[in-house]
Design a protein around this ligand. Structure first.
Ligand SMILES: [Cu+2]
Length: 168
């Protein structure tokens, strides 16, 4: 039982009521009554359509949640962390990945905003800058080669917040 079933049931009930009135009262619905019948019918049909859409959306969201969401993050997960002590540095200065879809997730335990970005061989993508406690994620489709991962917050890359990403 959901909103769509309820709306559909009301619509069916309405049809039965109309038929019954039409049979028992000659001349139904008469002047004015016709307009009311049309209006109620329109509202019920519209309700059924809206309910169908809402129900469909809710069911697809439930399905996505059941499947675990975000399929991209799982495949090639690389994790780094911003320096906890406030240095402009990552917890690691080198990462390795296989060619294809590469994702770097960066935890930010520091007291200032950081992010993680990838640059090299024509690729330049930046993850979102995150507050302390947040996680910045960057993804790119990478061919074999040497890339740089860095924090694009003003001055951080120059300050040493950078490392080497080797893709094989
Ligand atoms: Cu930074």
């Amino acid at each position: 039982m959901n909103a769509f079933h309820l709306a559909g049931g009301l619509l069916a009930l309405w049809a039965v009521v109309l038929a019954a009135l039409g049979i028992t009262r000659p001349g139904f619905p008469g002047k004015g009554g016709e307009r009311a019948v049309t209006a109620v019918s329109a509202v019920l049909v519209a309700g059924a359509i809206v309910a169908a859409v809402v129900t469909g959306v809710a069911e697809s969201e439930e399905k996505e949640a059941a499947e675990g969401g975000e399929p991209t993050a799982a495949a090639e997960g690389l994790r780094v962390s911003a320096d906890r002590g406030g240095q402009l540095a990552f917890s690691r200065d080198s990462l390795e990945a296989s060619a294809g879809s590469v994702t770097i997730e960066m935890d930010n335990p520091a007291r200032i905003r950081h992010n993680v970005a990838i640059e090299g061989n024509g690729v330049e993508v930046e993850g979102q800058s995150v507050d302390p406690g947040g996680t910045s994620t960057v993804s790119a489709d990478l061919e074999p080669g040497v890339y740089e991962f860095y924090c694009s917050v003003l001055g951080h890359r120059e300050g040493g917040m950078t490392g080497t990403l080797t893709v094989r």
